[in-house]
Unconditional design. Structure first.
Length: 254
């Protein structure tokens, strides 16, 4: 993926990594469209960041995805990058079904079905562009599990394998698949994570991602240094130690 000259839609980006990345990509010379559920947040983003477009979308709702896709493509027919950013993370106790079932269904709907539906809404259009990219967002937890978030871990592992698979299917098209693999980052994904000493500062994460996009335009996976501890535990042969370390940090894995 080239760092500039793109038209990029980032649904699920009214806060956290998504918004920070949208702002930086806009500063790099891209047309950026931010998507989110709350109209008030979208209005504030448009006011605070002139030039960034906004579209209302609920990535858990197939009808909303279809409607937003039509709106985005009508306003930006040169769209060539989709970033499937939306995601949720919940702490679950799988010893008690009342603790995890509704949570698991919500996580899978947002983190897995959402990206699948978004790709389905845009993939034909993207194949018509001379150079296009789908950016999926997995996690370091796709490769080493945090004990208290089973459904999140599973959803991100699925995103990793989905990315690997559709990259093979789209190999003969103009569409590249790039997987962004964040470590724990200081956002509101879990309560208290914004103040976690273990989590990577948001501005540092996004700055490193932008450098990687600039210097590695053909990369299949975007990995900041911090995530490699989780990503390559099995390859290094220290997977069990990685899992033990991750889950010993504190009860939330931070």
């Amino acid at each position: 993926m080239q760092i500039s000259g793109n038209t990029i839609f980032i649904p699920g980006s009214t806060s956290g990594i998504g918004l920070a990345l949208a702002v930086e990509l806009h500063a790099e010379g891209n047309t950026v469209i931010v998507g989110g559920r709350r109209a008030d947040l979208l209005e504030r983003i448009a006011a605070e960041h002139p030039g960034i477009d906004t579209v209302q979308i609920d990535t858990t709702d197939p009808g909303s995805i279809a409607s937003a896709a039509k709106e985005v493509l009508a306003r930006h027919p040169d769209l060539n990058v989709l970033v499937t950013m939306a995601g949720v993370m919940h702490i679950e106790d799988w010893r008690r079904p009342e603790s995890f079932l509704a949570s698991a269904e919500s996580v899978i709907t947002t983190n897995l079905l959402g990206p699948i539906r978004l790709i389905a809404a845009f993939v034909e259009h993207l194949q018509e562009q001379p150079d296009a990219t789908i950016v999926t967002v997995s996690s370091g937890l796709a490769f080493a599990p945090l004990k208290v978030t089973p459904s999140y871990n599973a959803s991100k592992a699925a995103i990793h394998m989905l990315s690997e698979s559709i990259r093979l299917q789209l190999a003969e098209t103009t569409v590249k698949i790039v997987e962004l693999e964040p470590p724990s980052v200081r956002t509101s994904l879990l309560p208290g994570q914004e103040d976690s000493e273990f989590a990577m500062p948001l501005e540092d994460f996004v700055a490193e991602v932008v450098v990687l996009l600039r210097t590695q335009p053909d990369a299949k996976e975007i990995q900041v240094e911090r995530v490699k501890f989780l990503r390559y535990g099995e390859a290094r042969g220290d997977y069990d130690q990685v899992v033990e370390t991750l889950n010993a940090l504190d009860p939330h894995g931070r």
